[in-house]
Write a protein that binds this ligand. Sequence first.
Ligand code: NDP
Length: 294
Amino acid sequence: MVKHLPARVRGQVAEHVVRLKAEHAIIPGLAVVLVGEDPASQVYVRSKGKLTVEVGMHSVEHKLDVDTSEADLLAVIDQLNADAAIHGILVQLPLPNHLNEDLVISSISPAKDVDGFHISNVGLLGTGQKSMVPCTPLGCLMMLRDHFGSLSGCDAVVIGRSNIVGKPMAQLLLGDSCTVTIAHSRTKDLADVVRRADIVVAAVGRAEMVPGDWIKPGAVVIDVGINRIPAPEKGEGKMKLVGDVDYATCAEVAGAITPVPGGVGPMTIACLLANTLTATCRANGLPEPEGLTS
Ligand code: NDP
């Protein structure tokens, strides 16, 4: 279902970047701010930086010590907000405990908030207006549109109600005229709720919790979860990544399903680049690239 889509999106972004340079002498710039040395975050940041350069954009990384003060972090963000060469700013989450994430996110200029987490962008998305859309749900939406064409009238279940995945995902599906149910830890009869859905988006963070017998035959399953679990079959102490759905049993009944790793993750990064392009076009009063926003 998703095999070629991230590369296709990155290719479209790269073509637009070439045109922006040639016709307007503009190079989109993305700044990623990483505080501390969380190994998973370091991997994400490296991969984002590499792909940013690959599509022809200007990539900046700010790596700050784990004990960086809130004032120093806000000063870096202020400087990036004011930098005309930077069109997108991403602060890698989670932040160390002594830093207030809400305050930090609210200090990013909404126009450069390529993660779509600023309260202005959340409000714009919720009211169906043009916004910066969070990358993971945007990537899921693109995969679903690619598969279905129109999503109008589909029954969709989103498992998880976080601000970064579940809620914006539900808003986007609603925007495409799905009938949306948001499930969470207090949902009764989750299996029955999921069995009614044409589209299942699992964003829970619990390894392989959705079995195949919850899936309606032919339904499309998008697995957002990333869970590290022991993999004794690979050797003592080895770990592996799995999603929130049990891939083997769900793949037997689903019409299409995304794998973990290799499904939603690469689309998330492709959408980060698409959002940076969109932010660049908006900042310069140019038409937005078609098919790369919600
Ligand atoms: P959160 O922990 O913020 O939210 C998890 C949600 O799952 C909550 O709404 C919670 O409900 C719900 N939940 C927990 N247990 C159950 C249960 N037994 N039944 C039903 N719902 C349950 O997680 P995120 O949204 O941030 O992330 C979800 C997963 O997606 C994680 O594995 C994360 O690593 C992954 N992820 C992957 C990305 C990618 O690029 N591929 C990007 C972002 C996240 P309640 O609100 O009631 O507590």
